[in-house]
Write a protein that binds this ligand. Structure first.
Ligand code: FES
Length: 385
């Protein structure tokens, strides 16, 4: 279908920032001048619906959402990371110093730029279109990333901060942390060589990575304005001592931000412990069973933060609602997290047997519905000195 063209103002209006977004019908469009060209994209971040119109634009043409830093290409609308999905793009034309945009999102397969410009250019159509429709894989990744962005949104942005990310994994989200906070320096620490091998691609511009055991942090690294750790501290014991040590790594006024899963009472976790206690796994594991009491209750962390001298705090238990295709996907979910603890302790053939037994015992305990609803509890906390 041929689009109508809507006049949105002059190029000068855009270049001076006088016009940044337009609304027609129920469609909001964010406008940017990048690389000399006018770009128009849907003005609604797929994460939580924040306006993109006032986000920072990177040199390579991505706008970062001001809320949690997800980034979208100004030319294609695609997220920089697959889990960020996509926002619609709109065709733009310039005529006699005036800027016009098409009244509906551009189709990627059949872009038409030939429609005649309107004689009466202020026509206001009402059609609304949404093109974001991520496939299941993207949604899965998206759901896994939500706690990171929820945690990041708790951190207060201050000038020229020194930040550390404990258990940074591949570093992609550490880069997002670094950019969203506008940090002067961010250090990512992880003990996985495989994970850190990929971090080289995102290092630079004040962001660097160290391979080390986060249990030894801070060592001789000095103090930080933010100690950030997403889904990592649950692997370390004795949180009373651990948090006291993290406290010593904070500069005056420093912030601590921690997120940990605490879903130990769900069958996905209790069954793993039950199987580990069965033979032949019990002997092969030397009696090891993943402890279910490492992560404390939210109120215990609140008390601990108070005792450690934090002046302000926010501690909460949050249930993430995951809609999986069916109950077997719970096994895939847990395989990438909890079960890795058993995988690294068992020979591969025995771990295959462990997995088969886990599946045999777990599935009867889960409702056989499609989709399968998997509630997942996490504790999120932020505190400032
Ligand atoms: S609302 Fe945009 S990144 Fe969260």
């Amino acid at each position: 279908m041929v689009p109508e063209w809507l006049r949105i103002g002059s190029r000068a209006d855009l270049e001076t920032g006088r016009v940044r977004r337009v609304i027609f019908g129920r469609q909001a469009v964010a406008l940017f001048v990048w690389n000399g060209a006018v770009c128009a994209i849907g003005d609604e971040c797929p994460h939580r619906g924040t306006s993109l119109a006032h986000g920072d634009v990177s040199d390579d043409g991505y706008v970062a959402c001001s809320q949690h830093g997800w980034e979208y290409s100004l030319t294609t609308g695609c997220g920089r990371q697959a889990f960020e999905g996509r926002v619609p793009t709109f065709l733009v034309r310039e005529h006699s110093g005036e800027i016009f945009i098409a009244d509906r999102p551009a189709r990627r397969d059949a872009v038409s730029n030939d429609a005649a410009l309107p004689q009466t250019p202020d026509a206001m159509p009402t059609e609304t279109t949404s093109v974001w429709n991520p496939d299941q894989y993207e949604r899965f990744r998206h759901e896994r990333s939500l706690p990171f962005f929820d945690l990041l949104s708790l951190v207060e942005k201050r000038p020229a901060m020194r930040v550390v990310d404990l258990g940074c994994g591949t570093g992609e989200l550490t880069r997002r942390l670094h950019r969203t906070l506008g940090a002067q320096e961010t250090l990512g620490i992880d003990n996985s060589e495989t994970m850190l091998a990929r971090s080289a691609d995102v290092a630079g511009d004040g962001l660097r990575f160290d391979r080390d055991d986060i249990a030894k942090f801070p060592g001789d690294r000095g103090t930080f304005d933010v100690v950030f750790t997403n889904a990592a501290l649950q692997w370390l014991p004795d949180h009373t001592t651990l948090f006291a040590r993290l406290r010593t790594a904070l500069a005056p006024g420093g912030q601590l931000a921690v997120q940990m899963p605490t879903n130990y009472d769900h069958p996905s976790h209790t069954v793993a412990a039950d199987v580990a206690a069965e033979e032949p796994f019990r002997s092969a594991l030397g009696g090891y069973v993943r402890a279910d009491d490492v992560v404390l209750a939210p109120e215990a962390y609140a008390s601990l933060l108070f005792k450690l001298g934090f002046a302000r705090q926010h501690v909460r238990l949050q249930v993430y609602a995951h809609s999986l295709d069916d109950r077997t996907q719970v096994i895939e979910w847990v395989r990438g997290t909890l079960l890795t603890d058993y995988e690294k302790r068992l020979p591969s053939d025995l771990f295959a047997s462990f997995l088969a037994r886990y599946r045999e015992r777990l599935l009867p305990q889960l409702e056989d519905t499609r989709p399968y609803f998997y509630p997942f509890k996490r504790v999120l906390m932020w505190a400032a000195l």
